[in-house]
Design a protein around this ligand. Structure first.
Ligand code: SF4
Length: 324
């Protein structure tokens, strides 16, 4: 059974039409997204900055209230749960944040940062059990348990991200939304954190929704990939297949930007014109058409559906052909 199932999720934020206007319009940050994450699986969510991927990650674990759509966790519709049951279920889905500096309270010791999560869910009420659990968690993420009484500023960026991971693990989650967890770190430290996440996944059967703008990182860690553009999924499927043979022109451009080690590679970089358009007034037809290097006349008026073009592979492009 799918651990997480998201159906037609929308997150629209109201904004004023102008500084003196009472009229409101809406930022369509997430605009009708459906996907699933299986137990123990990593699904990568990739797209440029401003495409809505962070908002989607937060909405999935109810840090942001969706405007519409349904989220099922372990088969339960989260919107149908009363507040107390939802609070209990929250234990099973956690988040690791991009900024290992800002996401930890600088006035709290590491023991209290991790212990706070245990206290909220009453997982280790006795002081000795609490201490032992905190020390085990620090050990599991590769930190010295004797440093439990230190403060976040006494650790490096990579070590602080390990503290964030230990805090998320404290409540024994089944799903962790990793929001750009390595993009603020040096490249050498990035690899260590990715390896740690993979080791923890194997040991604990965790599922990850791994949100990142860097396709090289997403490709490395994910079994499946969702490519997001202007609040919608434009391509999804097996990670290796998407990287080997991207169907959507936007995915092709993202992959062309990933550095290749092979000096004989003939791959050409596809430079996209302009920036991601405003999600307040997205272009009509295919939202990607103003930047698409192969757009046709119908792309300006007809919205392409997200179609299955091969088993388990979906693409929202009029030109994508179905594999026989
Ligand atoms: Fe490009 Fe048209 Fe495909 Fe959109 S539908 S990605 S504009 S070719």
């Amino acid at each position: 059974m799918n651990l997480l199932k998201v159906q037609n999720l929308k997150v629209h934020f109201p904004v004023k039409r102008g500084p003196f206007s009472r009229e409101r319009e809406f930022v369509r940050a997430v605009d009708g997204v459906s996907f699933f994450v299986a137990t123990g699986e990593t699904v990568g969510l990739v797209g440029e900055s401003g495409c809505g991927k962070t908002t989607l990650g937060r909405a999935v674990i109810k840090l942001i209230e969706p405007t519409d759509g349904r989220i099922f966790f372990n088969g339960e519709n989260l919107a149908a749960l009363d507040a107390e049951t939802l609070r209990a279920r929250r234990q099973k889905f956690q988040m690791i944040f991009q900024d290992p500096y800002g996401s930890l309270d600088s006035r709290m010791t590491v023991a209290n940062i991790i212990g706070e999560a245990l206290d909220i869910h009453r997982l280790a009420p006795a002081p000795a059990a609490r201490r032992e659990r905190i020390e085990n968690l620090l050990n599991d993420v590769g930190l010295d348990p004797s440093h439990a009484q230190r403060y976040p500023h006494e650790f490096s960026g990579g070590q602080r991200q390990r503290i964030g991971i230990a805090r998320a693990l404290a409540v024994e989650p089944k799903l962790i939304v990793c929001d750009e967890p390595v993009s603020a770190l040096d490249v050498s430290v990035q690899a260590q954190i990715i390896n740690l996440l993979q080791d923890l996944q194997r040991a604990r059967g965790l599922a990850y929704l791994f949100v990142a703008h860097d396709l090289a990182v997403v490709r490395h860690i994910s079994q499946r990939i969702l490519v997001m553009y202007l609040g919608r999924i434009v391509e999804s499927g097996d990670a290796k297949e998407i990287c080997r043979s991207p169907k959507h022109p936007y995915t092709q451009a993202l992959i062309s930007a990933v550095p290749v080690v092979d000096p004989d590679s003939k791959r050409q970089r596809i430079i996209l014109a302009g920036d991601v358009p405003s999600p307040i007034h997205p272009p009509g037809g295919c939202p990607f058409h103003p930047r698409c290097p192969v757009a046709e006349a119908r792309c300006k008026t007809e919205v392409p559906a997200l179609r299955e073009v091969a088993p388990g592979r979906h693409t929202a492009c009029h030109l994508a052909t179905v594999e026989k």
